[in-house]
Design a protein around this ligand. Structure first.
Ligand SMILES: Cc1cc2nc3c(=O)[nH]c(=O)nc-3n(C[C@H](O)[C@H](O)[C@H](O)COP(=O)(O)OP(=O)(O)OC[C@H]3O[C@@H](n4cnc5c(N)ncnc54)[C@H](O)[C@@H]3O)c2cc1C
Length: 481
């Protein structure tokens, strides 16, 4: 069995399962993307026994593995929507908890940049929406003010709206910290455990997973790109259809970081937030994402034509990028649906909540969605007893602007020289509460192989250190993901 639990004393509620159940819990959360991890944390802290079930060998195998990592204020979210509420609550919660979990925050701010008169003409609507969404600190900047802030931007910029509190975070450490806290507070996680079927007896769910049966009082479907398929396979029907939407990115070398300190947002359209130019928490500059409809839910390949267009667009806005090397390319797939909004469906009679279609803002909205799930369960009459003294431990810092492990004595050896990843970091990521379950999981926990050489120099040493510890193998020269 491949299940993880940090708390050796299994809560009593886990023991009430039928004799054939592998695990029994109050709540089963299906899917270990950022949304599932946030829900697991929230409900464990609220005193429920939780089990997170993930089909991959580690968390973040779907949409959550490739995004822009922007902590959105929600200034441009649909007014009065559930998405806007979750983004705002998720943002506030992240700001509240990030220090206690050692999660980084890069206070970049954002500029909604107008490069044409037509784009400027849309500014009044953006201001109005921002105010309606409670983001009242937006302000207009002239070309001169913009170039004072960002001297490397192309000087054909006309004006911009400053969004002071739009920030950048670590897209992988955050969900990792959420699930880790859930496990430290009695939760469990089951990997390599795709949920294929299930049955509800009016009180409990019995879920068939590839590891065995899981019994739970409530089920939260957080299956992201497969949310509709899961509803269909287990509930028998679905109310939405996932329409995968790919976003490709180009990562510029760390030398480019000095060229830009803010997130440069385009004027958004009804369909997409558009191509963004942004610093990452790891010290790069990135351009992307595109918005490409496709059939495949898993094909996150990149293509030369699109990447070339992205680089051209980036250079048009930040000309000095023309001289900067490119470190990596990657793509993420949004779990979009035939409608724009979050598809949150509470099937009251079946103790089942689906968090579907969490398309473009889920990294920010996840903690807010988790609160929403708690509210829905309260409405349904659940009476969990909130933990009085929850366990809170930190995760290792990977942000470039904060002290990294290599700066402390006793790290033994630098394994990845591009990203300065130490042997101590690799060893720690292979142990503990939520050890890496795959080489991709290890990369996301440490940044090993994600730098300039993309693993060319360190993959062999990493293979040695992780030998027979994963079920999958190391891919030399793999693209950043
Ligand atoms: C290109 C791009 C840019 C983005 N930029 C941002 C941004 O800047 N800021 C922001 O806030 N958001 C952003 N997002 C959105 C954010 O990444 C998503 O909203 C979020 O990742 C959705 O997470 P999820 O947990 O719902 O789904 P997923 O991450 O897809 O997780 C679902 C998990 O369920 C598992 N699973 C599926 N089926 C089963 C099954 N039957 N049994 C067990 N497990 C199963 C999968 O393996 C997967 O790990 C972006 C997204 C993309 C793609």
């Amino acid at each position: 069995m491949n299940s993880k639990n940090c708390n050796k004393t299994t809560p009593d509620t886990h023991k009430k399962g039928s004799s054939s159940s592998l695990i029994s819990a109050d709540i089963a959360i299906i899917g270990g993307g950022v949304v599932g991890c946030a829900v697991a944390r929230k409900m464990a802290l609220e005193g429920a026994s939780v089990v997170l079930i993930e089909k991959a060998p580690d968390i973040l195998d779907g949409a959550s593995k490739g995004n822009s990592a922007i902590l959105h204020t929600g200034f441009d979210a649909p007014v009065d929507s559930l998405e806007q509420k979750c983004v705002q609550n998720g943002y506030d919660e992240y700001i509240k908890i990030h220090e206690s979990l050692n999660l980084p925050l890069l206070k970049t701010s954002a500029l909604v940049a107008a490069w044409s008169k037509e784009e400027e003409d849309r500014f009044p609507d953006i201001f109005k929406k921002g105010v309606n969404n409670g983001v009242k600190d937006l302000c207009l900047l002239s070309r001169k003010e913009i170039l004072n802030l960002e001297p490397s931007l192309a000087n054909h910029i006309r004006s911009a709206i400053l969004v002071p509190k739009e920030y950048v975070i670590d897209p992988w450490s955050a969900p990792f910290a959420y699930l880790k806290q859930a496990l430290e507070n009695g939760g469990q996680a089951l990997f390599n455990a795709e949920v294929t079927k299930g049955r509800f007896d009016g009180t409990n769910w019995y879920l068939n997973t590839k590891q065995g049966e899981v019994q739970a009082g409530y089920v939260i479907n957080c299956a992201g790109l497969y949310g509709d398929i899961l509803d269909k396979n287990v509930l028998g029907s679905t109310q939405f259809q996932i329409k995968p939407r790919k976003g490709q990115f180009v990562v510029f070398d760390k030398a480019a970081r000095k060229l830009l300190s803010s997130i440069i947002l385009p004027v958004p359209t009804e369909r997409t937030k558009g191509i963004v130019l942004f610093p990452t928490i790891f010290g790069n500059i990135v351009v992307g994402p595109t918005a490409e409809e496709q059939e495949s839910r898993s094909n996150a390949s990149v293509d030369k034509k699109t990447l070339t267009l992205l680089v051209e667009q980036a250079i048009e806005k930040l000309p000095a990028l023309a001289k900067m090397p490119i470190t990596a390319t990657y793509a993420g797939i949004r779990p979009a649906t035939e409608k724009k909004h979050y598809r949150v469906i509470h099937n009251h009679d079946k103790n089942w909540i689906t968090l579907g279609g969490i398309r473009s803002t889920g990294l920010t909205g996840a903690l807010g969605l988790a609160c929403h799930v708690h509210d829905l369960l309260l409405q349904q009459g659940s009476d969990f007893k909130k933990l009085e003294t929850p366990v809170t431990t930190t995760v290792p810092n990977l942000a470039e602007h904060l002290p990294r492990d290599w700066a402390r004595e006793g790290y033994e050896e630098i394994i990845c020289h591009c990203e300065m990843v130490t042997k101590r970091e690799i060893t720690a990521a292979m142990k503990g509460c939520l050890p890496a379950g795959s080489i991709d999981g290890l990369k996301r926990r440490t940044r090993a192989t994600m730098g300039r050489c993309q693993g060319f120099y360190c993959s062999a040493r990493l293979a040695e250190l992780t030998k027979e510890k994963f079920t999958n193998t190391i891919g030399v020269g793999e693209l950043d993901d």
